[in-house]
Design a protein around this ligand. Structure first.
Ligand code: MG
Length: 365
């Protein structure tokens, strides 16, 4: 199975409600989709969103990195030579993690098709059903409580609450949601870098002392402030998870060895694809540290790949935050991964099992 052509398209999906964090507001999912065509007629799909304030990747940079640097080096190569293809992708350009992730996802999709097995089987196998949380965007207290109750009605048992705005209002938000949930769901907080280390410790002490029980606190301080993460982790009882502080395997090693976080959030778009995400899970496993698998606001192509990885590495990836497909008004992607609110189920289809992507606008590159 040889790579014959690499094409690009754009895919957008409107959201049910705007996605609001301490960093940004987004109204629709918009991904660059990469299609790797082979001489056997098989097509591998990958995708990446622009997340300028998180990874620095834009649609333009993703398109350029793939079309100008990766594609010329990959054309004519054999899909069976997986490791050498991964090396080409990873060495084609520094950083540009989301472009690398999109290309790797398409290559791994084809690798699964080559051996006629779903990707998670080739990554080691596992139980093909996982359960995701859902994000509650940061908003007025009333709106957040309303969204929380609606998520519980839809069967979600874990909620990821976005905070990180004004500390005093955040405390009121969390208390109101905790009371409304009344033990019916587990609550994770994601402050998206919105607090300082000292603010975080003071907020969490108030919450912990008032009896609010939280599963974890995600990325309270700036991503580049590893010392700040360590400061918080040492001082609060609630487990701290690194998201924007944790990009690839090297950051995972540093965070774990410094004890700057209790949990590592792995996202394909930050790690630069599946190969580095595997390394991160294995590193965390070595140290007995658990991971979350997360995603950006992105199409279900990339999220499907993340689900395969989560199943294969479930002994380490014990927390799943793959709710992007549940936030879209519809899902234009038909794949081997079935997203049904909190339940994510992987079928036996080879690779990622993608048979159809509706509403794709092809790029003339
Ligand atoms: Mg996060």
């Amino acid at each position: 199975m040889k790579i014959r052509d690499i094409r690009l398209g754009m895919l957008s999906v409107p959201l049910k409600t705007p996605f609001k964090t301490a960093m940004r507001t987004v109204k629709e999912i918009e991904d660059v989709v990469v299609m790797v065509e082979t001489d056997t007629g098989n097509i591998g799909y990958g995708s990446a969103p622009a997340t300028a304030v998180i990874t620095g990747d834009t649609h333009g940079s993703i398109i350029e990195a793939i079309s100008k640097l990766m594609s010329p080096a990959l054309l004519g190569r054999n899909i069976g030579d997986l490791n050498s293809l991964i090396n080409i992708v990873q060495n084609s350009i520094v950083r540009n993690f989301s472009a690398k992730a999109a290309m790797e996802i398409a290559i791994y999709d084809l690798y699964g098709q080559l051996y006629d097995a779903p990707l998670y089987q080739l990554l080691g196998g596992g139980d093909n059903v996982i359960t995701t949380d859902i994000t509650i965007s940061v908003d007025s207290i009333d709106k957040m409580v309303e969204d929380t109750l609606s998520a519980i009605d839809q069967g979600f048992e874990t909620l990821k609450i976005k905070v990180g705005k004004d500390p005093d209002v955040d405390i009121e938000r969390i208390k109101a949601i905790y009371t409304a949930v009344n033990g019916r769901a587990l609550i994770r907080l994601d402050a998206n870098q919105g607090w300082t280390p000292k603010q975080t410790v003071s907020i969490m002490r108030i919450l912990e002392n008032s009896g609010v029980q939280l599963e974890l606190l995600e990325q309270p301080v700036r991503g580049d402030d590893t010392e700040g993460m360590k400061y918080v982790t040492e001082r609060i009882n609630t487990p701290v998870m690194a998201d924007e502080s944790s990009f690839g395997p090297k950051e995972a090693i540093d965070l774990i060895r410094m004890r700057a976080a209790d949990i590592i959030n792995i996202k394909l778009m930050k790690a630069g694809g599946i190969s580095n995400a595997i390394k991160m899970a294995d590193i965390a496993g070595l140290y007995g540290v658990n991971c979350m698998i997360g995603c950006m606001l992105e199409s279900s192509i990339g999220v499907a790949a993340a689900a395969h990885l989560a199943v294969a590495k479930s002994s380490v990836i014990t927390k799943v935050d793959l709710d992007a497909p549940a936030l879209g008004k519809y899902d234009p992607v038909t794949s081997g991964v079935i997203f049904n609110n909190s339940e994510i189920r992987i079928t036996d289809l080879p690779g990622l099992g993608i048979s159809k992507v509706d509403n794709l606008t092809m790029l003339d590159i």
